[in-house]
Design a protein around this ligand. Sequence first.
Ligand code: GMT
Length: 384
Amino acid sequence: MTDRLNLAITCFPTFGGSGLIATEIGLAMAERGHRVHFIARDVPVRLRGTHPQILFHEVTESDYPALQHSGTYPLALASKMIEVASYESLDILHVHYAVPHATAAWMAREVLGPKAPRIVTTLHGTDTTLIGTDPSYLPITRFSILRSDAVTVPSAYLRRATWEGFGIPETFPIEVIANFVDTVRYAPVRSRACLRPIFPDLADTEPVLIHVSNFRPVKRIGDVVATFAEVHRQRPSRLIMIGDGPERSPAERKLRELGLEGRVAFLGKQDQFVELLGAADVFLLPSEQESFGLAALEALSCGVPVVATTIGGIPELVDLGETGLLSPVGDVEGMARHVLSLVSDRERWTAFSRRARERVLERFRQDPAIDRYEALYRRLVASG
Ligand code: GMT
């Protein structure tokens, strides 16, 4: 076993939490001297700068008319994995998402035979709780999980959901490695200066709520709007919406109907929003499902309390009554009450904010998580 690992990472290159975590793992491994190959459709959004230890391999699909709409991405990806693994003697292929990435990795391994790298699959939730348990994908998702050399998940909730949702025995090892955050970049700053260009008439006393997501139905954007409307009815407030997706237009329409458009800023997809996050008073996440809630972790790291739903992995991230407040899915009034209880009591808010930062430093720092991934890679390579 050489000291330097030759690692390939496959993820979706978009703003989704899975792609962000995969990219940070790759960047951190390169910093530790390993050689890192990203095999993806496009350069991942957070793959910033150039690094001599990082190489990018683009997956390109055929545009041959007969193949259109036939879902050739997994095949093109598997072919690229085979190519990279043969040319570069990969030790590890770390894929994020069971379907189709772990499936493509399995196909590549079948072709490569004994020279194949070890496959690590990280499940993120969307791939299993939302897509993978759909009967049209269940057998192949289950198979791809079981054929991985190691499987990791970001929360104990997702481990249980995977065992139960796929009928996998609990003796099948799934390692929980919680998602992490760069606590230097995501640090409490609390300057409202960055809010002025967005809300020029913002009063110092007005609370600012923030929501960050992909605006998919699972995020219940309607509940973000309804919670904000109720908070604003009782105390004039502002809302910043970061991200984009199918639920954005209905939300903008609803806010116009309510006459609240001047109170809410839709900023679309943004990568650098840490200042805004730090300037906000409460992070709102009323999701129906969330294996972890990475954006909420980033908020906590900036010392911003979270008001969210009691689902999935959120209770593992938010300490109820200490760093945030949780309600059942759809309980808009409860969430509005929680927001008001924080923004109307400065002492309480400050205690939540201080503890949020402390808990993140205790449990969700990047280095210990990267240590665990590195140890896992080394264990797999050693067991050979
Ligand atoms: O739902 C999202 O925010 C996107 C999505 C993804 O697949 O990229 O997120 C999933 O993975 C994130 C990173 O592990 C988690 O923080 C999210 O909770 C998870 N989403 C769901 O479980 C619905």
